[in-house]
Design a protein around this ligand. Structure first.
Ligand code: AQP
Length: 331
């Protein structure tokens, strides 16, 4: 059975992008794989986080994951900072990865923006920590959105170089598990940018805790173009905003884009947006309700995290100890 690992940053309320690109896939994998899911707070502080806010967002993230269907009995659900093996292996990987490799990472360029000199060193080595998250458990399958594909290739390059440098076959190859539909959900305000929980504009995203009215309003205001919806997928070429809404509908309804256009093509965006809002509300309202219930029970959430950290530590410790021994550390 393949071991699965994935993580999510507690940097805001998870979005529809996180859900369609990653979380729903996490839920589906629980029955067929050994799954570890972590709230990656070490990654979160690569951009400054207010401490009280980070704590609250971490708990809300755990509540949301549980509300989406992560079962803490089946999966190991934990906070990254509670397992020191991640940071120890990340340091070793900082010394294995080459600067030239990191310089090619597009996420760093996107997140650092124009003022690259002011970005944290942590943001720069973020992909090395992500590689450590996975290799700490010898996980071989990683369910993520398409935006993380480049980081997974880097994680394989790091493992290969470690194995080569130390003359071992210790870290296995990993494969991404990316769902084709809605693998990359785009911003509602700009079809060329991905939907992101830390985007300054709340109108750019659907949060998993948005109520029905907010969802309807955001969808109504979503940027589109003056043309009608096409009846065939070829007609979506060069129309990133229209494609995004169609892809979202398709992913939520469990059908392909062609079927969406057969039902809604040839008409303006108005009626389609109404139908889309309805599908969104049907799917997200139960998640929002359950998240609210769980957030009120902090004791339960902390208990889930404690139990998850104990299980994660037991799996990680022997693997990272062995990596440290291979490197030549005395400890
Ligand atoms: N727009 C997206 N479409 C598809 N998948 C997405 N993911 C994120 N945005 C989209 C997937 O969600 C998982 C968790 O992401 P993350 O929290 O680790 O960091 P991120 O990729 O940087 O996501 P955000 O929402 O954009 O966070 P912030 O704003 O904090 O940077 C990943 O598997 C990712 O692929």
């Amino acid at each position: 059975m393949h071991r699965v690992l994935s993580g999510i940053q507690p940097t805001g309320i998870p979005t529809l992008g996180n859900y369609l690109g990653a979380i729903r896939n996490w839920v589906a994998l629980q029955d067929s794989h050994e799954c570890l899911y972590c709230v990656v707070d070490l990654h979160a502080i690569t951009s400054f986080q207010d401490p009280a806010q980070l704590r609250a967002m971490s708990l809300e993230m755990v509540a949301t994951l549980l509300a989406c269907g992560i079962d803490p009995e089946k999966s190991v659900l934990f906070a990254q900072s509670a397992v020191s093996a991640h940071a120890r292996l990340a340091w070793i990987f900082n010394c294995v990865a080459r600067l030239g490799w990191l310089n090619r990472m597009t996420q760093f360029k996107d997140k650092a923006g124009k003022d690259r000199e002011a970005a944290s060193a942590g943001l720069y080595v973020y992909p090395n920590l992500m590689a450590a998250d996975i290799h700490t458990y010898h996980a071989t399958r990683v369910p993520v959105g398409d935006d993380q594909r480049q980081h997974l290739e880097l994680a394989n390059d790091i493992a290969e170089k470690f194995n080569h440098d130390y003359g071992v076959d210790f870290f296995p190859r990993i494969e991404p598990l990316i769902l084709p539909e809605a693998a990359r959900v785009m911003s509602l305000r700009d079809g060329s940018r991905k939907m992101s929980k830390s985007d300054p504009s709340d109108q750019s995203r659907i949060n998993l805790t948005d109520d029905a009215e907010t969802i309807a309003l955001k969808v109504r205001r979503a940027k589109t173009d003056p043309e009608k919806l096409p009846s065939e997928t070829e007609g979506l070429a060069g129309r990133s905003e229209a494609r995004n809404l169609v892809d979202i509908y398709a992913a939520l309804a469990g059908i392909d884009a062609a079927s969406v256009l057969r039902a809604h093509g040839g008409r303006g965006f108005g009626p389609f947006k109404e139908a889309l809002a309805e599908v969104l509300v049907t799917r997200l309202a139960p998640i929002a309700r359950e998240t609210r219930r769980l957030v009120a029970d902090e004791g339960y959430l902390l208990g889930v995290l404690r139990q998850g950290a104990a299980r994660a530590n037991a799996l990680a410790e022997p693997i990272v100890k062995e990596a440290e021994r291979l490197v030549g550390f005395l400890s």
